[in-house]
Design a protein around this ligand. Structure first.
Ligand SMILES: O=C(O)CCC(=O)C(=O)O
Ligand SMILES: [Fe+2]
Length: 332
């Protein structure tokens, strides 16, 4: 049984300070990327001491691996939830929540984006899109499987921040998080060792390898060591090329599910995720596509930007299944 995540209600004075700090950001997040990020960095220095210290401890990995903040100041009036991808809208309106989200995000790290996704926008708007139905992506409403963000790319984010603008009116959509160290502790040392073997692949028609007559990505380990301890890169969509790998993946999935917590992102709810210590996903919901559906905004952060800058390539793109790329209208 999944239990709710620990919640931190933002005190009124901290919310006021956050709104004031975000109010210093004048750049448009969608058209003035660099200026927006620079202003967000400056705004992140203006937070009240209490919130700043919680965020700093979170960024250093000193507290829980996912943090749920409520009472984040977001605009009360919101346009209807759009029907198409935000970066494809003819007249994308900023909601003014972007600045608040980016102010908190910039306290954790450098905001960045993937060039090929969301038109490279630094703030990503996520809501169900009818044409994406049945596709494993955040803009679908089906079960979004547990994953670490952008796993196996050259630049997986260190942190993600998800801000609720409009909750799912039916109250079904729940974001799921599971603490990786806790889940790994439920496995045996032998299982953890097998996770370090290069046995794990994604099935894809564009993969360079073949396994059991099916094309796959190149086999890689899912667990490796970084300077800061073990790092898991994971998606429930992975499969394994040996029976030991298969049973270990099953054990890992079960362990992650046992550690899973859920949270409903309502208006002004902000979920901070440490992507090195947490997997996340989302439950199925049933949108109506009539402008009233769930709407969240997201920023991704790296502790340090790569030399190439704030907009980075998704280095896995070439190996995504053709059907997936087509469904998302990405170049095939
Ligand atoms: O819709 C959600 O709650 C989670 C979406 C997600 O996984 C993401 O935006 O990275
Ligand atoms: Fe995600």
């Amino acid at each position: 049984m999944r239990t709710p995540i620990t919640t931190l209600q933002l005190p009124a004075h901290a919310a006021t300070r956050l709104a004031m700090a975000a109010g210093q950001i004048t750049a448009n997040p969608y058209t003035e990327t660099d200026a927006f990020a620079v202003q967000a960095d400056a705004a992140a220095q203006l937070l009240d001491d209490g919130l700043a210290s919680v965020l700093d401890r979170f960024a250093k990995g000193q507290i829980q691996s996912a943090l749920f903040l409520r009472g984040v100041p977001v605009p009360q009036s919101l346009p209807r939830t759009p029907a198409a991808s935000f970066h494809l809208l003819l007249a994308p309106q900023r909601t003014r929540a972007e600045a608040v989200l980016a102010t908190v995000g910039a306290r954790l790290g450098e905001i960045f984006a993937y060039r090929e996704w969301d038109g490279g926008q630094l703030v990503q708007n996520r809501y169900p899109i009818a044409a994406h139905h049945g596709v494993q992506t955040a803009s679908d409403a089906s079960d979004l499987v547990l994953h670490t963000e952008a796993c196996f790319t050259a630049y997986p984010p260190d942190f993600l921040a998800l801000l609720g603008l409009r909750c799912d009116p039916a109250g079904e959509a729940r974001t799921v998080v599971a603490d990786i160290p806790r889940a790994l502790a439920l496995l045996t040392p032998a299982q953890r060792k097998i996770l370090r073997d290069p046995l794990y692949v994604f099935p894809t028609d564009r993969g360079p390898h073949t396994h059991g007559g099916r094309r796959t990505t190149a086999p890689v380990p899912v667990l490796h060591d970084s300077g800061q301890g073990p790092v898991l890169e994971y998606s429930t969509l992975l499969s394994a090329i040996s029976s030991a790998g298969v049973s270990t993946l099953t054990a890992l999935e079960e362990a992650l599910n046992r550690c899973a917590l859920t949270v409903e992102l309502g208006t002004g709810d902000l979920l901070l995720i440490d992507n090195r210590r947490t997997v996340h996903g989302r439950t199925t919901f049933h949108p109506t596509y009539d402008g009233s559906d769930r709407w969240i905004q997201r920023v991704l952060m790296l502790r340090q930007l790569p030399p190439s800058g704030r907009i980075v390539p998704d280095t896995r793109l070439a190996h995504y299944p053709t059907e997936y790329l087509k469904a998302l209208a990405l170049p095939v």
